[in-house]
Design a protein around this ligand. Structure first.
Ligand SMILES: Nc1nc2c(c(=O)[nH]1)N[C@H]1C(S)=C(S)[C@@H](COP(=O)(O)OP(=O)(O)OC[C@H]3O[C@@H](n4cnc5c(=O)[nH]c(N)nc54)[C@H](O)[C@@H]3O)O[C@H]1N2
Ligand SMILES: Nc1nc2c(c(=O)[nH]1)N[C@H]1C(S)=C(S)[C@@H](COP(=O)(O)OP(=O)(O)OC[C@H]3O[C@@H](n4cnc5c(=O)[nH]c(N)nc54)[C@H](O)[C@@H]3O)O[C@H]1N2
Ligand code: SF4
Ligand SMILES: [Mo]
Length: 711
């Protein structure tokens, strides 16, 4: 641990240009400049100097000041005055709010035990201090039920780590050097916008860009080759690529011999996975699969960027395992720009357990995965029923599956709910107490990125709006109200910054909080994008040190990485894991529900954030379901018709968009819109399943079978 940094004091009531880093759960981690006039922010812009941001933000964040000063901001603590869900509240003071929350927690703990308290949080901000782990020490100390948070990339991360270990892998900026780029289940121009210029540059230099996706979205439209695929069948495609590469002698033999493990077993496993077999599964012509395999192997350095949707099927983990084998087979890691890009977050030396404090937790504390929030609130889980819920950094009514059950739970009169929020979201309207949360312009944080190699320091630009507080301050206040006096509950933001990273790690050589206060951001101390090829000579952080086609880590069973729950320690691993990749087919459609629903991110909203703001609503438009013309014709539906998309779990009422941009048999409904905007008061997670994928307890959002009919 370094000494506590001395950060220069910002004049919050002055004028000038300040630096900030976008707080959102987005790989781009943009650096912003903030114009401040007499203590009021008037504009944010992308930092032109930042090599990834390059002077532009995005449609979500361009008018961030309208979010900060929105008339709808929660600016004081609120107490409910109407029925749950009515959204009727009155302002109260912080002391009263904290007293009420601490009193309610104590009463529940006395009567039912601490496991009757459930925290729910995710990534409203992804700041190291205020993000994923900010409440963990508090709830670990309490002994509350442990919240497992596997919304995003947990399954893909488990699969990736099983294959190549926790390595940053590829520098996103080095993509300009790639000769063949496969964008697999990622709508980059909407969700990872600032990576696109690097892809476009590679394209200009002659690289071929391939998009594998059931949807011809903005990104697919700009690719050289869009390969539509049936949702959930990517594992079959990947196994067939392995088949072609191994049977046609397209492997990089020296790389395979020197730096990989399990080639014979992998070859045998893929022996029957012919392109003709995969065609029947994926809907992709066998000849195209052969072409893709040959071009991918020949186009060195080749690179695969996988998106999160790839993990969201029962076989999602196995799919990522199979895809992860491809760069090892063809020696893509040899040169900058080659390999697999998933979550380069591993480059940042974050002290996850120091942030989470798992040692404060009583051994054997119950774990509940957030996908089971509805079931937990309905008393359908083992152990004490949930009597108190605290939500922060998340809007579970919109982002969590089983929406109807979540709502029924939140409406329980015997449930005490406290929500820390910037806005009265669909979740916050069910709270007994709402606590006002700061925005990024009002707080301090250190920002990592899961999409580039720049660390940033965010300092406040303006005073808090109303009585809003950062999440770190919120939990300091709550801990004091509960009488928790462990040292970690008294740490200032500066002390937390010192503890949050291993500042002496090689990746941070030459970088300190103080230097960041000057420069705003800095590239990790790694070779530059023209040189970065960490696995040119193997050196994978796996048990064998090799790229493992046969995974050594599989022997321990399925696992969830510590960052996706409240820190590491005593949790039991999950089920048995096949050490080799394989294809797990998606469930077949039944007659009553013949269509596959996918619910990717919207262009203008950030998960459910911004869905209440007018500028973003104008861009995004009304919630819709995209249908292929043939599927529409079968149901006598026309563009613009109001339709019911339904299954046994629930239904949504949306406008039909009839377009050949979706594959036949697929329905697309973007996630993010709030219930309060939706006809029928439900959103796409009313029909999403709660099942887990085969690794890392990833969700199965993209595996929803539905029917569509005129409403
Ligand atoms: N504009 C915007 N940007 C965002 C976000 C946002 O909400 N809005 N959210 C941020 C977050 S939290 C995340 S995790 C990232 C996610 O960003 P992405 O990785 O792009 O993830 P998704 O949008 O969920 O899905 C990407 C694509 O996967 C496709 N897809 C769905 N099922 C399958 C399948 O079975 N196979 C294949 N091959 N493709 C499939 C969808 O059609 C979609 O085009 O975006 C981040 N950036
Ligand atoms: N069907 C379907 N469901 C999905 C997905 C999908 O693709 N399809 N994607 C999943 C994925 S990848 C993700 S990452 C999750 C995202 O799930 P969440 O992380 O819950 O994302 P948001 O909906 O943006 O909700 C974040 C909330 O935090 C609030 N907030 C922002 N900053 C702060 C702060 O500093 N303090 C506090 N207290 N609150 C703050 C915001 O106002 C917002 O309401 O959704 C998942 N759900
Ligand atoms: S949401 Fe993503 S693209 Fe938009 S400003 Fe933030 S980091 Fe950049
Ligand atoms: Mo995500």
């Amino acid at each position: 641990m370094t000494t506590t940094p001395q950060l220069p004091i910002v004049d919050l009531h002055g004028s000038g240009t300040r630096r900030a880093i976008c707080p959102h759960d987005c790989p781009d981690g943009c650096a912003m400049t903030v114009t401040v006039e007499d203590g009021r922010a008037t504009a944010v812009r992308g930092d032109a100097e930042h090599p990834f941001t390059r002077g532009g933000l995005c449609v979500k964040v361009n008018n961030y000041v309208d979010r900060v000063y929105s008339p709808d901001r929660v600016t004081t603590p609120l107490r409910r005055t109407g029925p749950k869900g009515s959204g009727r509240f009155e302002p109260i003071g912080w002391d009263e709010a904290l007293g009420t929350v601490a009193g309610a927690f104590r009463q529940v703990i006395d009567e039912h035990g601490a496991e009757a308290v459930l925290p729910v949080s995710y990534l409203g901000t992804q700041g190291t201090l205020n993000g994923l782990n900010v409440g963990d020490p508090f709830f670990n100390r309490m002994g509350a039920t442990v919240s497992e948070r596997t919304y995003c990339d947990s399954g893909a991360s488990t699969a990736y780590v099983m294959s190549v270990g926790p390595t940053a892998g590829v520098d996103p900026e080095s993509l300009v050097h790639a000769r063949y780029i496969v964008i697999w289940a990622c709508n980059m121009i909407s969700t990872n916008l600032h990576l696109w210029p690097f892809v476009a540059e590679a394209q200009r230099r002659g690289a071929k860009v391939v998009v594998i996706d059931p949807v011809r979205h903005r990104t697919a439209a700009r690719a050289d080759w869009h390969i539509p695929i049936r949702p959930g069948t990517d594992g079959a495609l990947a196994m067939a690529l392995i088949h072609v590469i191994t049977t046609e002698g397209l492997t990089d033999e020296a790389y395979v011999a020197d730096h990989t493990l399990g080639i014979d077993e992998l070859t045998e496993r893929a022996a029957d996975c012919t392109p003709e077999w995969a065609e029947a599964e994926t809907g992709i012509p066998a000849a195209d699969i052969r072409t893709l395999a040959r071009e991918y192997a020949a186009g060195q350095p080749s690179m695969i960027r996988i998106g999160v949707a790839i993990e969201r099927h029962p076989g999602g983990g196995s799919t990522v395992r199979a895809i992860s084998c491809l760069p090892g087979l063809v020696g893509a890691w040899r040169r900058p720009g080659g390999g697999l890009l998933a979550l380069p977050l591993w480059a940042f030396p974050v002290n996850w357990d120091t942030l989470s404090r798992p040692e404060l937790r009583p051994p054997g504390t119950r774990v509940v995965n957030q996908f089971h929030l509805g079931a937990a609130l309905a008393g359908e889980i083992e152990g004490p029923p949930i009597h108190a819920l605290m939500v922060y950094n998340s809007n579970p009514v919109v982002v969590c599956p089983d929406q109807d059950k979540v709502l029924a739970g939140l409406a329980r009169e015997d449930l005490f709910t406290v929500v820390s929020e910037q806005f009265l979201t669909d979740t916050a309207t069910y709270a007994d107490i709402v606590l006002p949360a700061a925005t990024q312009l009002e707080q301090t944080d250190v920002m990592f990125s899961w999409g580039h190699f720049y660390i940033g320091l965010n300092r406040p630009s303006i005073p808090p709006v109303g009585e809003a507080v950062s999440n770190t301050e919120l939990f300091r206040r709550l801990a004091a109200a509960m009488g928790y006096d462990d040292e970690c509950f008294r740490m200032t933001d500066e002390e937390l910054i010192a503890a949050a990273y291993d500042w002496s790690a090689p990746a941070l050589a030459g970088i300190t909080p103080e230097t960041l206060a000057e420069t705003g951001w800095a590239r990790l101390n790694l070779p530059g994008p023209d040189e970065y090829a960490p696995h040119a000579e193997g050196g994978f952080p796996t048990p064998s040190g090799r790229h493992e086609f046969r995974s050594g880590a599989a022997a321990g069973g399925d696992f969830v990485l510590p960052l996706f729950r409240q820190g590491s320690n005593e949790f039991q691993p999950g089920g048995e894991v096949d050490p080799l990749p394989r294809y797990v087919p998606p469930p077949r459609a039944d007659g009553a529900h013949p269509l596959s629903l996918i619910s990717p991110k919207s262009h203008a909203y950030l998960n459910s954030s911004y869905a209440n703001l007018p500028a973003q609503q104008r861009v995004q438009g009304e919630p819709a379901a995209w249908l292929h013309p043939a599927d529409a014709e079968d149901r006598a539906l026309a563009d613009g018709d109001l339709v019911r998309v339904f299954n046994d779990r629930g239904e949504i009422l949306v406008r039909a968009v009839v377009t050949a941009d979706v594959t036949r048999g697929v329905v697309l409904a973007h996630m993010g819109a709030w219930r309060s905007q939706a006809k029928g008061q439900s959103t796409v997670n009313a029909v999403s399943p709660t099942g887990f994928a085969d690794l890392g307890r990833a969700p199965t959002f993209s595996d929803t079978k539905v029917q569509v009919e005129r409403a």
